[in-house]
Design a binder for this molecule. Structure first.
Ligand code: UDP
Length: 322
């Protein structure tokens, strides 16, 4: 039985693909290579399909039948908050249509188990210490809204087709399990700071007047390898559990401030960093940290890597690339 990883040439998808392949499992990747790279896949077979196109459902069903696919992990989507605010139609059209085609294809091919990349962005600006899954989601941008709609679509597909589905709500993913799989889209704090240092610029801190111990925003940074393991735990869960659609937060349960991250980068690179404090970025919650109770209890998953290890892996990957 084969696992189909859609968007498997991307940053997170390629880590999941590599783990599955290294464990001797049959895996096939669908990707349109718009932001992914074939070189991340090693020997794993790639079928190039743009899942948003008309007819993609039939093409996907064909791949699923041909390769005896029993489970699908769906990553392929746009994932930049700012871009989604500027161009919401692209997010509605591509993220929603892409998932609709994936679910349609899986229904046609009789595939039962689906794991979906969701995001902590579904929560919006929650004013709580730890974010639990039963908090009412209130996304504040089209990216987060497209992920929430995606979760609803999974529920509908379960009812209509007897599927079994899980949504994983990622917190702040960073690091690299293998240097060649490192993130190349520089849009999150860790790679943005490393890029600024490479250019000889001062990294920017978006606001230091939040109601947090050092005044900068707190997030929950999770190592991409730990996140990849969570997908494998989700696949195992779908095989053994019969409950309807379930969402799980994926994070460490520990918060780190922007300055904590910058200090960790200073340690890992052996440089002194003198960040520039600039205006707050609109839409940033002061604190977003994951409650890990549900995923620990129901998937038996917990993160293994610390912030220092996350940052070190990102720094090492960059050194090997350069
Ligand atoms: N951030 C920052 N400077 C940057 C990029 C990000 O201070 O150049 C802050 C941002 O305001 C947030 C945290 O770092 O508090 C993480 O931001 P990121 O965009 O990586 O992830 P988000 O939490 O928005 O999903």
């Amino acid at each position: 039985m084969t696992t189909l990883v859609i968007g498997g040439a991307g940053y997170i998808g390629s880590h999941v693909t590599r783990l599955l392949a290294d464990r001797g499992q049959d895996v096939v990747v669908v990707d349109d290579l718009s932001t992914g790279f074939r070189s991340r896949l090693g020997e794993v077979p790639l079928v190039e399909i743009d899942v948003t196109r008309t007819g993609a459902a039939e093409e996907l069903a064909g791949v699923m039948r041909e390769r005896s696919v029993s489970a699908v992990i769906h990553f392929a989507a746009h994932k930049q908050v700012g871009e989604s605010v500027a161009n919401p139609e692209m997010y509605w059209r591509d993220n929603i249509a892409g998932l609709a085609n994936v679910l349609d294809g899986a229904a046609q091919a009789g595939v039962r188990d689906i794991v979906f990349s969701s995001s902590a962005a579904v929560y919006g600006m929650p004013d709580v210490d730890l974010v639990q899954e039963d908090l009412t989601p209130e996304p504040i941008n089209p990216y987060g809204a497209s992920k929430l709609v995606g979760e609803w679509m999974l529920k509908d597909a379960e009812r209509a087709h007897g599927m079994r589905t899980v949504g994983l709500r990622y917190f702040n993913v960073a690091g690299a399990g293998w240097p060649e799989l490192a993130d190349t889209l520089v849009m999150n704090l860790v790679p943005i700071v490393l890029d600024a240092l490479d250019r000889g610029d001062r990294p920017k801190v978006f606001g230091d007047d939040y109601d947090t111990p050092d005044g900068t925003c707190i997030r929950d940074y999770v190592h991409v390898l730990d996140l990849a393991e969570a997908h494998i735990a989700a696949l195992d869960y779908l095989k053994r559990d019969t409950r309807e659609h379930r969402v799980f937060n994926v994070g460490t349960g520990t918060g780190s401030s922007v300055l904590d991250v910058i200090n960790a980068i200073a340690d890992a690179t052996g440089t002194e960093i003198n960040p520039e404090i600039v205006e707050r970025r609109p839409g940033d919650p002061a604190k977003l940290v994951c409650s890990t109770d549900r995923i620990r209890e129901e998937l038996s998953w917990k993160s293994e890597h610390t912030l220092a290890e996350i940052v070190q892996s990102a720094v090492d990957a960059r050194r090997q690339r350069d």
